[in-house]
Design a protein around this ligand. Structure first.
Ligand SMILES: Nc1ncnc2c1ncn2[C@@H]1O[C@H](COP(=O)(O)OP(=O)(O)OP(=O)(O)O)[C@@H](O)[C@H]1O
Ligand SMILES: [Mg+2]
Length: 413
């Protein structure tokens, strides 16, 4: 250990050595570019079995893993936040909070210091989110008795929507805010919750709505209780596949299932949730079920994958970003960011379509319409057209359940 402390600073001025820790275990010595916050490489792996999933036994995929935990460059308002925090990049911002997060149990300790998980982690310690207001444009006050130095879990959470972690009655919750599209993305999360409830699916994140004032106007925002814990970390499908070479003959979908099974997950469980997600995303025209919007839970103490993460992030659905002619939309012609390019093609992966009892959705389109009208200021016509898209999708899914190959788009089924 002494040797590492002595070599804490590298000859290159910008590079410093950090210890990648898993709670208090020292996993690897890594070279960090402290200006850009980039993880340059693993200099020495101390406990390969404790490296983040998908990073390879030699830690060679750690740089990508590190980047994927940060606020993406594409998040609107990032530059404003960096200026407010006096940081150069999203990665140096994350490093300023030691890379601590509320999604996993990894963090970075400067090699010459001795710091402890119990004093710093956000699961047990309360945090003030002074910079959270900058991250979300909302007007809130910070908390007293919080961790010092503006440490924030909101610097190590990915996704494009503006968001921050908050504490509500002792529980950590992720608040996602938007002032665009009438705030429809937030209400979409609630509509998805109602869909899961009706279908008696119990593995989903129970989003609720809270209003937030953004530049003087109130918008509906979504609040989701943390599905991770001090025992369980989130490993996204993206992360699990980082070091996996997808065989030529395999689809991305089947590659994910193989990799999950290799990692100890029960195949039936994985298939069941993926098929459920494909069908419910289809009903809601969710175009964004990418590999960071699904994943697994890992028990970090007993070191095993203990299940799928609950279904979360269904905000980018129900044609939220289309302004006009919703009623004229070709519901079998939607492009998605997922295992396939076209939404309809995803249905080919579904083997057990009968798991969804569509009888339970009789007045679901009307319920979605009334939720949109209750929580947003969108025109009545738009809410009605959105309900119409749900109705149309349920009709198509009924045909699919009857054995019609609806991806052939009407011509051949
Ligand atoms: N309730 C939660 N508990 C724990 N981690 C969460 C929770 N909700 C989200 N996360 C983590 O935060 C990340 C971003 O959240 P989310 O996907 O909801 O954001 P987004 O901005 O809508 O994403 P996208 O860019 O896909 O639209 C997730 O990939 C996951 O790692
Ligand atoms: Mg997401």
């Amino acid at each position: 250990m002494q040797r590492r402390i002595i070599s804490g600073k590298n000859t290159d001025q910008r590079t410093e050595l950090y210890v990648l820790k898993h709670k208090d275990k020292e996993i690897a010595i890594v070279q960090m570019d402290v200006c850009t916050g980039r993880l340059k490489r693993a200099a020495e792996v101390l406990l390969p079995e404790e490296l983040p999933a998908g990073c390879g036994a030699d830690g060679s995929r750690l740089p990508e893993w590190w980047e994927n935990r940060a606020i993406p460059d594409s998040r609107i308002g990032l530059q404003h936040v960096l200026a407010g925090a006096g940081m150069q990049t999203n990665l140096s911002l994350m490093l300023s909070s030691y890379g601590l997060s509320l999604t996993d149990h990894y963090w970075m300790q400067p090699a010459e210091r001795k710091l402890y998980w119990k004093d710093l982690n956000f699961y047990e310690n309360i945090f003030s989110d002074v910079l959270g207001n900058l991250l979300t444009d909302t007007e809130e006050t910070g908390r007293k008795n919080a961790l010092p130095g503006n440490l924030s879990p909101s610097f190590s959470v990915n996704g494009d929507m503006k968001k921050k972690w908050v504490i509500r009655e002792g529980a950590r919750c992720l608040l996602k805010v938007t002032s665009e599209y009438y705030g429809q993305q937030s209400v979409n999360e609630l509509i998805a919750v109602r869909l899961h409830e009706r279908l008696s699916w119990d593995h989903y994140v129970p989003y609720r709505i809270e209003y937030r004032k953004i530049r003087g106007t109130e918008y509906p925002c979504s609040l989701s209780p943390m599905f991770t814990s001090e025992e369980r970390e989130f490993v996204s499908a993206y992360q699990l596949l980082l070091d996996y070479k997808i065989p030529n003959e395999s689809s991305l979908y089947e590659a994910l299932i193989s990799r999950a099974v290799q990692s100890g997950m029960e195949e039936e469980r994985v298939r069941r949730q993926l098929e459920y997600s494909i069908m419910t995303d289809f009903i809601l025209s969710n175009t964004d079920r990418h590999l960071n919007n699904m994943g697994f839970l890992y028990d970090s103490k007993r070191r095993f994958f203990c299940g799928m993460a609950p279904v979360f992030d269904t905000g980018n659905s129900l044609l939220y970003d289309r302004e006009e002619s919703l009623a004229k939309t070709n519901l079998l012609g939607l492009k998605v960011n997922s295992f396939c390019r076209w939404e309809r093609d995803l249905l080919r992966y579904v083997k057990n379509s009968s798991m969804l009892n569509l009888e339970k959705l009789k007045d679901f389109p009307e319920e979605a319409e009334s939720l949109l009208l209750k929580y947003t200021e969108m025109p009545v016509k738009r809410a009605g057209e959105i309900a119409g898209t749900i109705r149309g999708k349920i009709r198509y899914l009924t045909l699919f359940q009857q054995g019609k190959r609806i991806w052939k788009q009407g011509k051949y089924w």
